[in-house]
Write a protein that binds this ligand. Sequence first.
Ligand code: CP
Ligand code: NVA
Length: 306
Amino acid sequence: MAQDKKDFIDLNQFSKEELLSLLESCHDRKNSKKRNGHATVDDDQVGSGKILATIFEKPSTRTRFSFEVAMLQLGGKTINVSMNDMQLGRGETVQDTAKVLSRYVDLAMLRTFKHSTILDFAMNSTIPVINGLSNQSHPCQVLTDLMTVEEKLNSLDSKIFTWFGPANNMLNSWIHASDVLNFELRICAPEEYQVDDEIIKGSKSNIIKINDVNEASKNSNCIITDTWFSMGEDHEPDKEKILEPYRVDKSKIEKADKDVIFLHCLPAHRGQEVEDDVIDGPRSVVWDEAENRVHAQKAIIDWCLS
Ligand code: CP
Ligand code: NVA
């Protein structure tokens, strides 16, 4: 990685102070938008004259649109490409692609299968690189989620978070956030789909593995779930059966704190990992969470360019 550039790869690259400051910047972006009514631009125009490349190896709705809208509102432009439409799809190396794109654009966001593709791109480019989701992590989404929790519950201090469902890229980023910010994270999953001990071996005791679905959400301030089948994973009927008890339904919400909020990064598979009456219910904040992607992307872009 070039020393004079800032890559946004994972939340555990930050200290607690740095992460809280990035969160403050997310709120500032949203608040200044509110003050300006529905103005289409941010006052400081930190993206002015800059171009962001967004490169996708997997589908996306929120990440794609929110980065594009964020960059437009910051005064910059985005070039959006699917990896298959690039020579990458025909075997040109990530390393060579990174060197060439560094001559064209000012920063790049990648959504890939292998996490190592993003790391290779970052190592071989002279521009900031943003992880827009890999099989290993989804830091842009969890930064947004932390912002949403602060917005709804005022602060992250002493909050208890409960994850329902199989371990995946989203959970890994939640583990990173818990490591940095020290909040209690309960991971409620069946043994077969629990997080690997290897992943949490360096974590502090604030990460708790639990498989009792009746206990996991007790007193919880935030309940989180995600798809049971991430992009690229085979739909195994056995897995679906094993996960049935981990579906977020009203009974899990009722056991939690009375002000609990429900988060889902979306897309949701209604009736699978979550019931309609939860995602559409009074404790769900998923639409604000989705909106906040735009504000958080701006904070990330600003951080990368500063
Ligand atoms: N939550 C999220 O990253 O959504 P997309 O896959 O639509 O980008
Ligand atoms: N875990 C999901 C997140 C989608 C935003 C996936 O990787 O498909």
